[in-house]
Design a protein. Structure first.
Length: 274
């Protein structure tokens, strides 16, 4: 493998190539990863928003017992500065998509409103900052998931959320039919305690799973990394007091990113999914 320098290209050419590489968006990188894995991409209408959806198994050829629904983390709502809303909050590390690729089951990945370069009329920074778990976001994602899962009419839903996608997984499951289980990885299940722990602005336009009054008739399994400083396990205590039947697993070797993708098949296999 030769570096750009070892090829002895003119400095100006090298600068141009590096600039072009830097212009590839996170959305384009995710599309490339999905396409390379043979996933089907489509845009599905929710309520106020449209959503990028990747599908792992063609419904015409499959009659699965379960359909896994994967929800991504928050990405970068406030950009690199942490002071101004990002122009594009799409994650640079689509861990939920990688978990989907490591799952041997019919699956869909549903992106959030205004993520992955979907710019609808109702998009505003509120959708990925203080209102990232708002009723408007949840309702749109519920509509998109309901529309896609209708193609798998015999399947029960297993909703999997990573990080902030885990908070959404719980709130979405409360509003969907035919949910068999919810699984989260590194989820901020009490958004008030999580924001306070980091001294972040309170997410006043969002719903908090830890204060929900809705029943959870489905099985739920929550994984946390013992070394996770992004979403410390202690910040979710109120959630498990509210829903004591939820099962929690603290993984000793894991932090917020490592090593969920590698461990995922074994972790999933240990769960008694309905």
């Amino acid at each position: 493998m030769h570096s750009l320098r070892s090829l002895q290209l003119p400095t100006g050419v090298i600068a141009c190539l590096l600039a072009l590489a830097g212009c590839v968006s996170n959305s384009a990188r995710i599309d490339h990863l999905a396409r390379s894995a043979g996933l089907q991409r489509q845009v599905v209408q929710g309520t106020l928003h449209s959503h990028v959806v990747y599908e792992k198994s063609a419904p015409a050829a499959a009659h699965p017992e379960r359909l896994f629904v994967f929800l991504e983390g928050d990405g970068s709502p406030w950009g690199n500065s942490g002071m101004k809303p990002a122009a594009d909050p799409t994650t640079s590390n689509p861990l939920a998509l990688r978990l989907m690729l490591a799952t041997e089951a019919a699956s869909i990945y549903v992106a959030r409103p205004c993520y992955q370069e979907r710019v609808d009329a109702d998009c505003s920074p509120e959708r990925w900052t203080g209102g990232r778990y708002s009723e408007a976001v949840i309702e749109s994602m519920v509509a998109a998931i309901r529309s896609e899962s209708a193609k798998y009419s015999t399947a029960k839903l297993v909703i999997v959320g990573y990080s902030g996608g885990g908070a959404l997984a719980v709130l979405i499951a409360e509003r969907l039919e035919n949910v068999a289980a919810v699984i989260t990885v590194g989820a901020n299940l009490d958004i008030a305690a999580w924001a306070a722990d980091h001294h972040y602005l309170a997410l006043t336009q969002s719903l908090n799973p830890a204060t929900s009054e809705r029943p959870h008739p489905w099985a739920e399994f929550h994984f946390n990394g013992a070394k996770d400083s992004v979403v410390p396990a202690a910040t979710a205590q109120a959630y498990f007091q509210r829903y004591p039947e939820a099962q929690r697993f603290v993984i000793e070797n894991a932090d917020h990113v490592c090593c969920w993708e590698e461990d995922w098949p074994a972790l999933l296999a240990r769960l008694p999914l309905p």
